[in-house]
Write a protein that binds this ligand. Structure first.
Ligand code: OOG
Ligand code: NI
Length: 431
């Protein structure tokens, strides 16, 4: 993919420099080995059935659907709802730090598709096969048995890789163009016969430095870094990307003739991860966003909401942390009090940040939008806003045939478990 090599190279360069400056600080949110290996990809599918199948493929790899993101509600609406497949356990994530942001097309969104287009789109989607029967059988067996023998594992990986690769099959040019007129995302999903990984994001320890360096190398990045502003102890997730570049693609004309064309469907993205937030912290972030918060515009307002310092963020109950008893606390004749804020202030416990492992709907919509021609995503001229069938977290779980994990529950459980261990260690009642 054009410019991908540069992105990975610059990310490695920045990470090496941040490590050299202060290895302990650089690794507060994960070992350099993990951060270097870490990637997230993204795919898009067209139907509930395709979503169920993709859930099966990822289940074979210990990756579970976490989170529900409704990008139809974004400031720049995109006709998809999404989840992310990832390991759930902290240990498994450390060993296998991979996620796949997965979106399914909302073919019933009347702002984009009229009834006739919806019908033709759904007919085409129903006819195609993204994942063959052997791949799905191997995936189901891997999930059930917790693995496959070497030969089957090789076959599984080979078939899965092929299912997510950009297809050499010619694209029906007229159909693609018709969809593209209402939504570039719809064209990318329903205008072709297969799915593909559209980006594969490395993790970087200083995203501002990366942004500047990519620009200096002549690669045009999107206007802004998405997510919270930089500076201070990092929270949640900051992301930026460069626009999809044209790649050669065979196109089939209405006369059946195949010619060389080009499509822009794969782009480069990079991310920096920070500390997860408690529900109270997340409410602050969402309110900041809703009030028009953007990294460029409202640094000052941000600083009122989020203290710069990680300990102050934790003491204010904004960040999800793992509470750890301090074993070498100097004796001062005082007894520990049964309150986490006091224990932190009095030096009985430390607060270790819990890495935010998920995504942000507004940022995701921003990444989607930055990769579409503005004219594409306007939807259908004169479209009414007839309510679409409900596509909420329950719909997603039903389509997948699997529970969708709520990210906040995972972060809350880590904090609660560590608080219980602290209470135990210090001989205190439950905290
Ligand atoms: C997914 C865009 C969102 C992220 O990291 O939030 C995304 C897509 O374009 O399919 O990748
Ligand atoms: Ni992404």
């Amino acid at each position: 993919m054009p410019a991908y090599g540069t992105l990975v190279e610059v990310a490695a360069e920045v990470n090496a420099e941040v490590m050299a400056a202060d290895p302990a600080a650089a690794q507060e949110l994960g070992s350099i080995e993990r951060v270097t290996a870490e990637r997230h990809g993204a795919i898009r599918v067209g139907t509930a059935e395709e979503l169920r199948q993709v859930g099966q493929v990822f289940a074979a790899l210990g990756m579970h659907p976490v989170g529900f993101y409704d990008l139809r509600e974004a400031a720049q609406p995109v006709p998809v709802v999404s989840t992310a497949f990832r390991p759930v356990d902290a240990d498994e994530l450390a060993a296998n730090p991979f996620r796949v942001f997965t979106s399914v097309l909302a073919t019933d969104d009347r702002r984009f598709f009229d009834a006739d287009l919806q019908r033709r789109l759904e007919e085409r989607l129903a006819r195609r096969e993204l994942f063959g029967p052997l791949l799905l059988r191997l995936a189901a067996r891997a999930e059930e048995a917790g693995g496959l023998d070497a030969e089957d594992a090789d076959a599984f990986v080979r078939l899965a890789v092929a299912a997510f690769a950009l297809s050499p099959e010619p694209v029906d040019a007229a159909w693609y163009a018709e969809l593209e007129r209402v939504s570039g995302v719809a064209a990318d999903i329903g205008g072709v016969g297969s799915t593909h990984v559209n980006h594969l994001t490395p993790r970087v320890l200083d995203i501002d430095a990366l942004y500047a360096r990519m620009t200096a190398r002549g690669i045009t990045m999107i206007d802004a870094i998405q997510g919270p502003p930089g500076g201070g102890a990092p929270v949640l997730l900051r992301q930026t990307s460069f626009r999809a570049l044209a790649e050669p693609r065979r196109m089939r004309g209405t006369d059946g003739a195949v010619s060389e064309g080009a499509l822009r469907v794969r782009f480069g993205e990079v991310e920096a991860r920070g500390c997860a937030l408690t529900p109270a912290g997340r409410a602050r972030y969402d309110a900041w966003l809703a009030a028009g918060g953007s990294p460029a515009a409202s640094g000052a307002r941000w600083r009122e909401l989020f203290p710069d310092d990680a300990a102050a963020q934790a003491a204010a109950g904004l960040t999800s942390v793992r509470w750890v008893p301090v074993t070498d606390r100097a004796r001062d004749g005082r007894a520990p009090e049964a309150d986490l804020g006091r224990l932190l202030a009095d030096g009985w416990v430390r607060a270790e940040p819990v890495v935010y492992e998920d995504f942000l709907p507004a940022s995701a919509a921003g990444i989607f939008a930055s990769n579409l021609d503005a004219a594409c995503e306007e939807g259908r001229a004169g479209a009414d806003d007839a309510p679409a069938a409900t596509r909420d977290a329950a719909w997603l779980a039903g389509a997948l045939g699997r529970d969708v994990v709520e990210p906040a529950d995972l972060y809350g459980a880590v904090s609660a478990r560590s608080a219980a261990e602290v209470a135990d260690a210090l001989g205190l009642p439950p905290l």
